[in-house]
Write a protein that binds this ligand. Structure first.
Ligand code: SF4
Length: 280
């Protein structure tokens, strides 16, 4: 079997931790490989990734890939470019959100991949897949040692009662189900998703923090007042919000929005602040 060293420009929660996963450095004396793969998740890491490619060339043939390079993803290999526990069962999205690179990279048609084990689903748009695929993913999640999480995000507009019921019937129960409130037209579908989930027995914010919602903020012309309103609307729809500060091509966001994101990231802080606001 080939010995492949994977090199990552930075460590994130999803970075693999095995001995052949190397973060942010060139080769050392005893690093040996048949191939080196430099994997880049963020476009702003590309200049550093190019330097890593050059640094590793003397060790073995080097390939660079990952979402930031614009390369389409292939079949998912658990533990290779993201750590064990994460899984990707489909790629692509039928939507074309202005701030998102998924549809440009992966295409406007969803590709269903062979389903590999994991409990944290990172699919671009799982609910755009066929019913048979979604049911097979749910069945796979039922065999995992940890509670399912859907951190890739589920699209409110596509949520149907049977999805909510199947998610509710899972054992163990899902730890986190992320939806999204990115643009104004997401609000009504988000409210409807909240109603469908609650009708199926999922507990809404603040009773539970399992229903979560990424809320995009901080794009040019956004204001903290408007972003605050969107966070409160997400809570009113039953979801615990998580602010996602928009970044420009270089990965930069203002300090103001970085602070705003921190304030709206942790469920415990959000819950305490909302109690304070309502005087409960
Ligand atoms: S729905 Fe999500 S994955 Fe699809 S284009 Fe919009 S942000 Fe990207």
């Amino acid at each position: 079997m080939k010995r492949i060293i994977r090199v990552f420009p930075r460590r994130t929660r999803a970075t693999p931790t095995d001995e052949l996963a190397i973060v942010g450095r060139g080769p050392e004396l005893f690093d040996q490989a048949d191939e080196v793969h430099v994997s880049v998740a963020f476009t702003w890491d590309l200049p550093f990734a190019e330097k890593l490619v050059e640094a590793w060339r003397p060790v073995a043939p080097v390939r660079i890939g990952g979402p930031a390079t614009g390369e389409r993803g292939g079949d998912f290999e658990p533990g290779r470019y993201v750590r064990q526990g994460y899984t990707v069962t489909s790629r692509g999205c039928p939507n074309r959100c202005w701030f998102c690179s998924v549809w440009k990279r992966e295409g406007n048609e969803v590709r269903e991949l062979p389903i590999r084990d994991g409990w944290n689903v990172l699919d671009d748009n799982l609910l755009a897949c066929s019913e048979a695929h979604i049911r097979a993913v749910f069945a796979m999640l039922g065999r995992q040692p940890e509670a399912p999480q859907f951190t890739g995000g589920l699209e409110s507009k596509l949520l149907k009662p049977w999805h909510a019921e199947a998610l509710r019937a899972m054992c163990p129960k899902p730890k986190q189900l992320f939806f999204a409130y990115d643009t104004d037209d997401d609000l009504e579908p988000l409210r409807e998703a909240g109603r469908i989930l609650q009708a199926a027995g999922h507990h809404a914010h603040p009773k539970s923090h399992a229903l979560r919602c990424y809320v995009l903020c901080g794009w040019p012309k956004d204001t903290t007042e408007a972003a605050d309103r969107r966070m409160i609307e997400a809570m009113g729809s039953g979801f615990t919000p998580m602010a996602m500060a928009w970044r420009d091509e270089d990965g930069k966001r203002s300090q103001q929005w970085a602070g705003f994101q921190r304030q709206w990231a942790r469920p415990g802080i959000i819950y305490a602040a909302s109690r304070f606001r309502t005087g409960e």
